[in-house]
Design a protein around this ligand. Structure first.
Ligand SMILES: [Zn+2]
Ligand SMILES: [Zn+2]
Length: 261
């Protein structure tokens, strides 16, 4: 099994250092472990949920030491990034350039709305919110910086019913992924830990099944990741996510084609 989405203590809402995750990953038989902690941002914006710029060298160093120390598992240097125009050159020149990251993951945790910035986790309630999220996600996907899209169906956390708006949003996102050849992530953290209550009873917040049925229709490749925020959960949801992909006839993306720059 492989996991390309792993956090560390630096983001302030995860526990554990790189080495702690690698040791559990080895014990659980993973062959690839990619780190994708929440990126620092220019000006240390949105600092409460990410590392500071000053912590970036230590993150890179911890991954480099693990790569030196463990030969029996492939360890990759990635980062989970929110795209906005003002961050583009930092991702391109500093992360992919100066620090030679193996890959960047797109995580759309915020979106612009009426001159404000809203949270994809808690603020996404109406069709207009959903349209704004979708427009921003699609624009972010088109930046060309990313190896795959983390939890594209994150809107399922607060937009509770599948309707013509979710279907239109899903078709925009999945159609763009198809056009760009950009894989979409089945998120193990969501699968295992995130349930929402709806009028028709509880359901997993994400992955949201009707979204992934459309992914199957469009034949877009997928990746399955744990999005681990605790070392013991480094493989959470991987088996279940692979079963879901298999049950829908989804194709697994080969990320090795995209790594290395
Ligand atoms: Zn996180
Ligand atoms: Zn994440």
């Amino acid at each position: 099994m492989k996991n390309h989405h792993t956090h560390t203590f630096r983001c302030k809402h995860a526990l554990g250092e790189v080495d702690d995750y690698v040791r559990v990953a080895l014990a659980q038989g993973l062959t690839v472990l990619g780190f994708a902690d929440h990126t620092p941002l220019p000006g240390n914006r949105f600092l409460s949920t990410r590392m500071s710029l000053a912590e970036l060298p230590g993150y890179v160093q911890a991954i480099a030491e693990a790569q030196q120390g463990y030969r029996e598992i492939t360890i990759l240097k990635g980062m989970e990034c929110e795209w906005m125009p003002e961050f583009h050159s930092f991702y391109q020149e500093v992360l992919l350039g100066e620090y030679a990251f193996d890959y960047l993951v797109l995580g759309c945790h915020f979106f612009p709305y009426n001159g404000d910035v809203l949270s994809s986790h808690v603020d996404l309630h109406t069709p207009r919110h959903l349209a704004a999220y979708t427009q921003h996600l699609v624009q972010s996907m088109r930046s060309g910086l990313f190896a795959f899209v983390a939890h594209p169906d994150l809107f399922g956390l607060t937009y509770l019913e599948w309707d013509e708006n979710t279907e239109a949003a899903a078709r925009d996102i999945i159609g763009t992924a198809k056009e760009l050849g950009l894989p979409l992530e089945i998120n193990g953290h969501g699968l295992v830990n995130r349930t929402v209550e709806t009028a028709r009873g509880p359901r997993p917040a994400y992955p949201w099944l009707p979204f992934w049925e459309l992914v199957a229709d469009y034949e877009v490749p997928v990746v399955v990741n744990s999005d681990a925020h605790h070392p013991q959960r480094v493989a959470q949801g991987l088996r279940e996510g692979l079963e879901l992909a298999d049950s829908l006839g989804l194709t697994l993306a080969d990320l090795t084609l995209r790594e290395g720059g």
